[in-house]
Design a binder for this molecule. Structure first.
Ligand code: SF4
Length: 108
């Protein structure tokens, strides 16, 4: 499967996962495209679409918590920011993601 097709699969599958959690893709289409492309490449390299913005530990149990969409594992943190760490997903009522700050978890 080529990169463009895989990105479309991610769009579909990830959308299904995040919708019942109260999230949607950011309206920033350029960011969506860039992050999904990075995830497709990561999946090709590692076997899983790990987060492009969080560091892997090489401890599988920990790293599975940053396979996209990682929202269920970081719900309290992301809900406080109304966005995921990368900004790929935002709360459904967000219209301008540029005003949402990225806040370290230990500051929440
Ligand atoms: S922070 Fe966002 S883009 Fe990164 S893995 Fe989690 S849900 Fe996906």
């Amino acid at each position: 499967m080529d990169t463009a097709a895989r990105k479309e699969v991610f769009r579909y599958l990830f959308g299904k996962v995040v919708d019942p959690l109260g999230y949607k893709f950011t309206p920033d289409e350029e960011l969506v495209d860039m992050l999904l492309e990075a995830e497709v490449k990561t999946e090709l390299d590692t076997g899983a679409p790990y987060c492009p913005c969080q560091r892997r530990t090489k401890v599988r149990a920990e790293d599975m918590k940053i396979v996209c969409p990682c929202i269920p594992f970081h719900r309290r943190h992301f809900d406080a920011m109304r966005r995921c760490w990368c900004g790929l997903f935002v709360h459904k009522d967000v219209t301008d993601p540029s005003v949402l700050p990225q806040i370290p978890e230990d500051e929440i």
